[in-house]
Ligand binder design. Structure first.
Ligand code: IMP
Length: 196
């Protein structure tokens, strides 16, 4: 069964393809469909934004769609950057700019900077929504390390680890990440619903 993953983020795509590898699903992404209109993510929760992405993309292509909305929530910043994680430093901000702003805003606070990644994953086939959400808890550190992953990964150390997410391999990150856990559950729920 083909599923269209409503993302152009190569980091996310790698992680989700890994979750769905060795299953009955082939994962396409928006990179396979150039010239998609911009999707306005104006929900106030991760779950709302994931639903908006899944519905919009399903209606464009009529292919069962999976989508996620995810981000970083930092305790000392009252949950920021939250749903604004991708555009914390402004529309089209780079990961570097977002990371720099995060460290600047945290410079007023004492360590540890407790934080969590959240991922809300949604499936939509034109009739049914199926949802799953999960988190990865940890802390933000001031010295970025590692070239793996994406986004805030070089600044995040998951609970129980001494290396940053940027230093974990894809396999290691997928054992603990918010996205892998949410999509593993979503995969189970889709299989149950369609008796696969
Ligand atoms: P989205 O595409 O609207 O879900 O934006 C998610 C943003 O949250 C990304 O651009 C990253 O800045 C951040 N983010 C989400 N998941 C991760 C992760 O696994 N590692 C690092 N950053 C992440």
């Amino acid at each position: 069964m083909k599923l269209l993953f409503a993302t152009t983020n190569k980091g996310k795509l790698k992680e989700v393809r890994k979750v769905f590898s060795e299953t009955a699903f082939t994962i396409l992404s928006l990179s396979d469909f150039p010239e998609i209109p911009e999707i306005v993510e104006d929900g106030v929760t991760f779950a709302e934004n994931a639903k908006i992405k899944a519905k919009t993309v399903y209606e464009l292509f009529n292919i069962p769609t999976i989508a996620d909305d995810s981000g970083l929530s930092v305790d000392q910043l009252n949950g920021e950057p939250g749903v604004f994680s991708a555009r914390y430093a402004g529309e089209n901000a780079t990961d570097e700019a977002n990371n720099k702003l995060l460290l600047k805003n945290l410079s007023h606070f004492a360590e540890p900077h407790l934080a969590k990644f959240v991922c809300s994953a949604v499936f939509y086939d034109g009739e049914n929504y199926i949802s799953a959400e999960d988190v990865m808890e940890g802390k933000i550190v001031h010295t970025g390390r590692g070239d793996n992953g994406f986004g805030y990964d070089p600044l995040f150390i998951a609970d129980g680890f001494s290396v940053t997410n940027g230093e974990l391999s894809l396999e290691e990150k997928n054992r603990i990440s918010h996205r892998a856990k949410a999509f593993n559950r979503l995969h189970e729920l889709i299989c149950q619903k369609y008796k696969l």
